[in-house]
Design a protein around this ligand. Structure first.
Ligand SMILES: [Mn+2]
Length: 224
């Protein structure tokens, strides 16, 4: 078990009975930080609602013409988008032709602490992609490679319904690990794992006190 400085409240008790380590290395450069965002999860969900009030969730279209099952929005100086022209970052929300909402300071602060806990100091994301999953929604295996450079890690925060994260290797054909994620869990991957293939298995139906019938995922990146 890796010793881990906790979230906002320091050394939290393990609310899951001590059965699972708080921090688990998924691969070299990839860490699962269980419960790291738990104590601030309600505030994060409230902040997501504020973001979505300005920049509504929408189902974007891939360059190949498929509509994504995950509903997405963004906040921060750059938002990840896809349309028939390709995958990229944009300072403007194309749905409303205005800049994305400002990133809540709590997002940036949490991401910086989580990255540091995983061994990546100085993380300063200017982009937060917000994904919303409902029962049956999935995200197929892919690499995050639209960022300007790959020196910074990716920080991924799970809120609401649980999911199975698929964490593969550097080749698409590498069989992915199936990693159960609960609300408040954070996965950080960078360094030798920065270009690992990853995805999300189809979400199981459920009802979560924080988010009802959905799962919210925050993906924080240094994109520019
Ligand atoms: Mn991704």
């Amino acid at each position: 078990m890796t010793r881990l400085r906790g979230g906002a409240d320091g050394d939290l008790p393990n609310l899951r009975g001590g059965a699972l380590p708080r921090a688990e290395e998924l691969a070299s450069g990839a860490m699962l930080l269980r419960g790291f965002a738990e104590s601030e999860s309600a505030a994060l969900v409230a902040a997501v609602a504020q973001v979505a009030a300005s920049a509504p969730f929408r189902h974007m279209v891939t360059p190949g013409g498929y509509q994504m099952s995950v509903a997405m929005t963004n906040c921060g100086a750059a938002g990840w988008i896809t349309d028939r022209r390709g995958y990229r970052y944009s300072a403007i929300d194309p749905a409303i032709d205005r800049p994305w909402p400002v990133m809540p300071p709590a997002f940036r602060n949490l991401a910086r602490r989580a990255a540091a806990a995983a061994g990546f100091d100085g993380f300063a994301p200017e982009s937060c992609l917000v994904n919303r999953y409902v029962a049956g929604t999935q995200l197929s295996l892919h690499q995050d490679r639209n960022e300007r450079d790959y020196a910074a890690p990716i920080v991924s925060v799970s809120l609401g319904l649980p999911a199975v994260f698929l964490f593969g290797g550097l080749k698409r054909s590498d069989r992915p690990r199936r990693v159960p994620l609960a609300s408040g869990d954070i996965v950080v991957w960078g360094g030798p794992a920065r270009l690992a293939f990853h995805g999300v298995a189809p979400l199981a139906a459920g009802d979560h006190p924080l988010t009802g019938g959905c799962r919210i995922n925050l993906t924080l990146r240094q994109a520019l």
